[in-house]
Ligand binder design. Structure first.
Ligand code: PMP
Length: 369
């Protein structure tokens, strides 16, 4: 900390992102990226008009210009995919930025926020950044969310659905009940993982004007490195968020990401193929872990949250790391013996299961000596 950091800056507690290793080659199952490349249409869009005669692809040459502050082609593609009006959509530099716009627009000292004790760690980080008071509501013993604790709660609400890091999903009827019972507050649904088996609350927007749905291109559309997220809601909520965006960074989505995002959104078939493949691998991996005695939560996301029967979470995590496999773990009391395993390619998950089997056998052997 420098001596210049202001007092409110000192009070901020930043989020710690998952490791992105640079040197050693790991099987990387720690940040829920998609193991498959983006739709081929993404490269086509970025390289459009490129031929041997032109030294620089036109879209690359255009990088000298600012991006479209209205992000028209991207917004149009998102609105088209979901069958909503363009005025109901806002795009951001990752859904983290969208979350920031929403928190800044709808929450402050007089409008606190409520979320689960075990959910995406960026929510409390944003609250600390913006000075937003928040209440965390413990998940039940089995990590499910009791909607009664959210109905008529008198606060803004954010729910990750499916939740992270558990992967457990709520049905749309639960989201609707929560939104309907809190008509004076905004109910935000973070659907980062919805395409892997959840149901999108976009379909409730006609009935719930206080509902805001937030999604990302980082998972099901394989564009984590492009940093694109978006929100869909009624036009007044979106207009409120545009005030924040235009006060913070009006060119918040860069030229290449606008193109890439629009192309990926238009390729529904490719996204559906990738997510179906990941769902199949998830079920196979879950079964493999259960056969080894693991506790595995029922995940609708592109990761599993699982507990090893013979090692502490820390020991299992470290042994996997030694074997070249990165997963994610949190040093929090309720979940310190769980690890979160992103679903990689079929081959990655076979290696992961084989390694896990060996580690469990080694540990059991050592205990029986
Ligand atoms: N919401 C949840 C629940 C997440 O797990 C993540 C990814 N870490 C995000 C939002 C943010 O994703 P991104 O900023 O890449 O869109």
């Amino acid at each position: 900390m420098s001596r210049f950091l202001c007092r409110s800056g000192e009070a901020i507690s930043p989020y710690t992102p998952g490791e992105q290793p640079r040197e050693r080659k790991f099987i990387k199952l720690n940040t829920n990226e998609c193991p498959y490349p983006p739709s081929p249409r993404v490269a086509e869009a970025i390289l459009a008009g490129f031929d041997a005669a032109s030294p620089v692809p036109p879209e690359i040459a255009s990088l000298r210009l600012y991006s479209d502050p209205e992000e028209k082609v991207l917004i149009n593609a998102i609105a088209g995919f979901y069958g909503v009006e363009e005025e109901q959509v806002i795009a951001g530099n990752g859904s983290d930025e969208i979350l920031a716009f929403a928190f800044r627009a709808f929450c402050d000292a007089d409008a606190p926020l409520q979320f689960a004790d075990l959910t995406y760690g960026f929510y409390p980080a944003l609250c600390s950044l913006f000075g937003i008071p928040y209440v965390t509501v413990p998940l039940e013993e089995d990590f499910t969310l009791d909607i009664e604790k959210y109905k008529n709660c008198g606060r803004n609400v954010i729910i990750a659905n499916p939740n992270a890091p558990t992967g457990i999903a709520l049905p749309l009827s639960a989201i609707e009940e929560i939104a309907v019972s809190n008509p004076e507050h905004v109910v935000m649904v973070d659907e980062a993982y919805v395409d892997f088996g959840g149901e999108s609350a976009v379909h409730l927007l006609d009935r719930c004007e206080n509902l805001l749905v937030i999604q990302t291109f980082s998972k099901s559309r394989s564009l984590a490195g492009c940093r694109i997220g978006f929100a869909i809601g009624n036009r007044d909520l979106i207009a409120d968020m545009q005030r924040i965006r235009c006060s913070f960074n009006p060119y918040n989505v860069n030229r290449l990401s606008i193109l890439a995002g629009a192309a990926a959104m238009k390729d529904r078939e490719y996204m559906e193929q990738c997510t179906a493949r990941i769902r199949r691998t998830r079920e196979k991996t879950s079964e493999g872990l259960k056969n080894l005695g693991f506790t595995v939560l029922d995940s609708r996301a592109n990761f599993l949250f699982a507990k090893c029967p013979v090692m502490s979470g820390k020991e299992y995590f470290l042994k996997l790391r030694e074997a070249g496999i990165l997963v994610r773990r949190w040093d929090m009391e309720r979940i310190c013996d769980y690890v979160r395993i992103s679903i990689g390619s079929e081959e990655d998950m076979e290696i992961f299961l084989k390694t896990t089997k060996e580690l469990v056998a080694q540990k059991e052997g050592a205990e029986n000596e």
